[in-house]
Design a protein around this ligand. Structure first.
Ligand code: ADP
Ligand code: ZN
Length: 817
């Protein structure tokens, strides 16, 4: 009898592919091991064994595998179950899931490009003969395709050779040229060496007797370094001496102090002693007890804890308990919230047990974390990671914490699988019989609704740690201010007043400008023409800094125009305002203070994001202007004022979640103000101060927001009352996508009737030269989700069999956001 294996191949095939293996191979192979398999005419892929069996495929003659690549499975049985759930729930293939789940370095294939490794010189003697030949070839030629390697070695089976080279760090896989994880630069100061002798020091003290503040700083520096015998951070010096950072700067300028930077690597734990976790206050203690008892009856529990209530410390206690039982913990966070601040905090408590998993990680680091989790290594008992870390090979999971659970970045838009990491985490935890804790100061309507339905447990933490007051939120009516001529650019007199006062007290300011809703576009005052992207149906955005026009959808860029492309008029107006313009205005209003900007453009560079956060922490920035990047769980001690430049463009965004999102965004940014002793202040500028959402934000009234929004969702049949599947069709020919989408919608209507909306062109109807059409299927609770999906798949299959439609791309997005 012949033996067969079913293999997942990392391409979107609807079915598994079957190959023949020898009896010995069948004996050896287990689900979750990799094999190199031929596919199509000449391609070789890395496949993953799904099952070993004796059923010959009826439709085709199974080919032999080329090679076995693993000695033991790299994907475990629970993962395979999880992958199946993802594929079925999010309507994609197992191949799609495999590609998203495995680090790229695990998926070698014929198109893979191999380059030289990072380690400059490899000890030849550790390389096998074949490996050496490839390694040597790479010294002469910067890249090699798998086919080239086949030619060099004179054989077809080469994936195992490359795998060996990757493990020895002698080669890299091309797509994996990631930026290395960014080290954090910390600012330190020391006394200039010329003052270190006792005599010189005394002379310096004499000299500084006329500048008592500076003298204090030097004395404090002296006493800190005598006490700790370690380098002194500027922040520590400022806190201990009570002097402002400008005094420190004056001393540096004078040449008394010398400043220097030390890289603190945030991946490698330095090995210093861990500290004991904090003693919880009574509210945290109560919350912890309630969570534990909620877990008795509800595997999923929502913790609604206001900003700065100390949720993280509660998570820490839960994590400690789970580790005690010898089980693993996954701590999920939105990518951007994975900051040094939090990583360091957890490493202080848990030391080496914390592993971090991040899309900015290099191939090697990701493989390393994968293997640590797979072997249940002591080094990866807690994984702190972004969305994709749900795919790690956990085998002993006890708890998943989903922090900032309301964040939309947990949902992957493109490519498939279009999964929501929060929802998938709940399923993953279930497979492990583990608990899930969702945490947020502004829960998603979904989770809060689930809690109210008693599907999830529910715990509240409504007091800020140390009883710090919630920030005082004031709405500023800018329509009125404009009428009374009390605006300077985009700044109301109230905002300028508060800013002046805050700066005078030595505190910092954050200004929030949501660029998503409204970006600066250029319009001709004569004919009204606005330059548009040649590839997309959208106006180009003006970037003052580079004097460019850019498309935010496809990246197209052009030099700023001097006169109107349509009428030649020279009177051009830039409408709307983005972070850049706010930054410019602040510089003019407050020329003596340091302003910085945090948005996609300023954080792109290698250390961009990190540098800005560090600079703000170190109080080198007085005023930070930024987009929603600012909202994510950052803890800045000295920020006292938050200004929201314009609430209306968030509220008016054409999306059924716009109000919910605006509420979350505003309260999250507001939460950055006054996190220590002094009460923070938040000013929200708006044309519409009576808007319910703004009233709810200013009174921090989540419940009212929830009830009102749920009412809308109910009336308009939106999630979480109804489920939604969005079907997007794309093609470069407008007519074809038009006909195709009408056909698709009509077929859907025959099954679902009025529950189908569209086809409709999205607000930006053409992106990268592809025309888009959307169809929405709404699914009431009483309909079976599985049956609905089956019907959609059936329709999609008939659609694909229509010759004219074959080139139209169809994208299925379950629980689209
Ligand atoms: P949240 O995540 O709810 O916004 P954090 O966990 O960041 O709040 O806590 C806010 C601040 O209060 C942090 O600086 C934290 O170190 C401090 N804090 C919270 N709980 C305690 C505690 N029990 N003891 C000492 N400090 C605490
Ligand atoms: Zn474009």
């Amino acid at each position: 009898m012949v033996d067969f294996i079913d293999v997942i191949i990392p391409i979107p095939l609807k079915k598994l592919f079957t190959y023949t293996v020898t009896p010995a191979e069948a004996e050896f192979l287990k689900p979750g091991m990799r094999v190199a398999v031929p596919f199509g005419k000449s391609k070789i892929y890395t496949g993953l064994v799904f099952s070993v069996h004796k059923n010959e495929p009826a439709a085709y003659e199974a080919k032999d595998i080329q090679q076995i690549l693993d000695d033991t499975p790299i994907v475990n049985a629970q993962q395979l179950k999880f992958w199946q759930w993802i594929a079925s729930y999010y309507m994609c293939t197992l191949g799609d899931v495999m590609r998203a789940a495995l680090p790229n370095a695990f998926i070698l294939e014929s198109e893979t490009v191999v380059t030289k490794g990072k380690v400059a010189i490899i000890d030849d003697s550790v390389l096998k003969d074949d490996e050496f030949l490839v390694y040597e070839a790479l010294q002469h030629q910067s890249t090699l395709k798998i086919q080239d390697i086949s030619n060099i070695l004179g054989k077809k089976n080469v994936l195992h050779v490359i795998k060996g080279l990757i493990e020895k760090e002698a080669v890299l896989v091309e797509e994996e040229v990631y930026e290395k994880y960014k080290p954090k630069l910390v600012r330190y100061v020391k006394l200039q060496t010329s003052y270190t002798s006792e005599k010189a020091f005394h002379e310096l003290m004499e000299e500084l007797s006329r500048a008592p503040k500076q003298r204090d700083v030097v004395l404090t520096l002296f006493s800190i370094s005598a006490k700790t015998k370690k380098p002194v951070k500027v922040t520590d010096l400022v806190t201990e001496s009570g002097a402002s950072s400008s005094v420190v700067k004056a001393l540096i300028d004078k040449g008394v102090l010398e400043e220097y930077h030390i890289q603190t690597d945030r991946v490698e734990y330095s090995g210093e002693d861990t500290e004991a976790s904090k003693h919880l206050n009574e509210h945290q203690e109560t919350a912890l007890t309630e969570i534990n008892s909620s877990f008795q009856s509800h595997a999923v529990t929502l913790l609604h804890g206001v900003t700065s209530s100390g949720k993280t410390e509660v998570y820490v206690k839960l994590i400690e308990a789970v580790l005690q039982q010898g089980r693993q913990v996954l701590y999920l966070l939105p990518e951007i919230a994975l900051t040094t601040q939090l990583i360091t905090r957890l490493q202080n408590y848990f030391g080496e047990q914390v592993a971090v998993f991040h899309s900015k990680y290099s191939a090697h680091e990701r493989v390393e974390v994968w293997n640590q989790v797979l072997t249940n290594s002591a080094k990866a008992q807690i994984v702190l990671g972004a969305r994709s870390s749900i795919f790690l090979p956990f085998n002993h999971l006890g708890l998943i914490v989903v922090d900032e659970e309301h964040e939309q970045s947990f949902k992957q838009f493109d490519p498939a699988p279009r999964y929501h990491a929060r929802d998938a985490a709940v399923v993953l935890a279930h497979l492990h019989q583990a608990k899930t804790l969702l945490g947020s100061a502004t829960p998603s309507l979904e989770s809060y609704y689930n809690a109210r339905q008693n599907k999830y447990g529910f715990v509240e933490l409504l007091y800020r740690y140390n009883n710090v007051l919630m920030p005082d939120i004031e709405l500023v009516d800018i329509k009125d201010k404009q009428k009374k001529k009390r605006m300077k650019g985009h700044f109301s007199d109230r905002l300028i007043e508060e800013m002046t006062e805050t700066l005078a007290e030595g505190h910092q300011i954050i200004l929030f400008q949501n660029r998503r809703g409204f970006s600066p576009i250029v319009e001709c005052k004569t004919c009204g023409h606005a330059p548009e992207c040649p590839n997309c149906d959208v106006s180009l955005t003006y970037h003052q800094y580079r004097n460019q026009l850019r498309c935010h959808y496809c990246g197209y860029q052009a030099a700023m125009i001097q006169d109107c492309l349509a009428c030649g008029g020279q009177d051009l107006d830039s409408k709307g305002f983005g972070t850049e313009q706010i930054e410019e205005e602040v510089k003019i209003l407050f020329p003596d203070y340091k302003v910085a900007r945090m948005d996609l453009d300023t954080t792109r560079g290698k250390y961009g994001y990190e540098k800005i956060i560090t600079a703000l922490e170190q109080q080198e920035i007085d005023i930070l202007v930024g987009t929603q990047m600012l909202t994510k769980g950052l803890d800045f001690r000295n920020v006292k004022l938050v200004g929201i430049m314009n609430a209306d463009n968030m509220l008016n965004f054409p999306d059924f979640r716009a109000h919910e999102r605006s509420f979350q965004l505003m309260l999250q940014v507001a939460g950055r103000a006054g996190r220590t002793a002094e009460r923070g202040k938040v000013l929200i500028q708006t044309y519409n101060p009576h808007h319910n959402i703004l009233q709810q934000v200013s009174t921090n009234n989540y419940i009212d927001m929830f009830k009102e929004q749920m009412n809308d969702r109910y009336n308009f049949k939106y999630p979480p009352i109804y489920k939604q599947i969005k079907i997007t069709l794309k093609h470069k020919d407008f007519n074809r996508v038009e006909t195709a989408s009408i056909w698709f919608a009509k077929s859907l209507r025959q099954v679902f009737g009025d529950y189908v909306l569209g086809p409709e062109a999205p607000p930006v109807a053409r992106i990268r030269n592809q025309f888009h059409k959307n169809i929405l299927v709404k699914i009431p609770k009483k309909h079976s989700l599985a049956k609905t999906k089956e019907a959609i798949i059936k329709i999609n299959n008939s659609f694909e069999s229509v010759k004219d439609f074959r080139s139209v791309r169809v994208i299925l997005n379950v629980d689209n956001f």
